[in-house]
Design a protein around this ligand. Sequence first.
Ligand SMILES: Cc1cc2nc3c(=O)[nH]c(=O)nc-3n(C[C@H](O)[C@H](O)[C@H](O)COP(=O)(O)O)c2cc1C
Length: 381
Amino acid sequence: MVPSTLYTVEEARRLSRLRLPRMMFDYIEGGSGDERLCTRNIEAFDKIDLMPRVLTNVAERDLSSHILGMDTGLPFGIAPMGMCAIATPGADQILAREAARRRIPLGVSTASSATLESVIEQSEGYAWFQLYADPAVAFVDELVGRAETSGYSVLVLTVDVPISSFRIRDLRNGFGFPMTWGPRQLLDLARHPRWSLGTLAHSLSHGTPKPMNYATSSQGASFVRGSSRARADWDFLHRLRDRWPHKLVVKGVQAPEDARRIKAAGADAIYVSNHGARQLNAAPPSIDSVAPIRAAIGDDMPLIVDGGVRSGEHVIKAIASGADFVMIGRSAMYGLGANGADGLSDIIDSFAREASSVIGLTGKTRMNDIDANCLAGAHGH
Ligand SMILES: Cc1cc2nc3c(=O)[nH]c(=O)nc-3n(C[C@H](O)[C@H](O)[C@H](O)COP(=O)(O)O)c2cc1C
């Protein structure tokens, strides 16, 4: 059955849930602890109102934006996610082509299921490389070199995973990297033949999905999901700043004090995130951290945010709250899981259509005009 156009993330989520083996779906959707932050990340957007404005000609509207030296077609991009290929075969290639077509940045995870070299090429330069301070020192060093050689102009250091978190779904499903296959996992695959056969067919021609930056490393490093990335400390950041000559972003920041210090260390942007509620479940919803971080770093430093963004309306609310650019995580994965390239494209289309409508109804025509003046209530009018 070919699904009709997906208009909402919820439709895509429901279809993904049917199509993906449960352990794969749970890895994508799950958060840490009791997962209440997953819901809070999304619901926090409901507390923000935008003020409708009238009697302005908003017939022509433009969603193009600019972030970290990149002119983009839309005010949002795709957050870095490890092992995207579990959502649909060839997901990294699909994401890269979509990034090129839309002129939006694609985050390429250290644990991506395609090599960082192939993604920057297929995305025609619309890719940012996301670095984890993996315990294998030489491997990390090599990755930074590979990112530079292959032409990345933005490096995103993720700092909110110093240790792995308590993810109950993955523990229950026995889901990890490397994967252990038992009767329970095999039954799950058998119950989802469309996914299993599609992945098998793709594997026969392209190899089984694996963290390709590790597989192609000359250091013989292997990806172990629960390994500590606690090596990412202030000293690591300073050394990375000295080494990386292009834009450096620090992802996973919520404390204003941390943001000030990261700015002082010479980073080019702060990426506000709670890892999509996958790390500290007791953290504040990510959108609630935007205004305090903006106040801490001032107006001259780019601020990127992700977490709970499920619509074009959310994108505009994030920008009105003080972000310069927005990234989407699960929304993209659900689109891929529901219907591959078409599903992803549907989700991005619906975000863009809604964002365009929302800016018009707030009396604006360009992304540069979206600011706190668009907010209604306590922070705005
Ligand atoms: C399946 C999955 C894998 C992820 N892998 C990474 C990763 O490798 N590196 C990283 O910095 N963030 C990773 N994240 C976090 C995302 O970059 C992003 O912060 C989060 O998904 C945003 O929240 P949202 O899913 O509610 O949009 C991952 C998120 C998901 C859902």
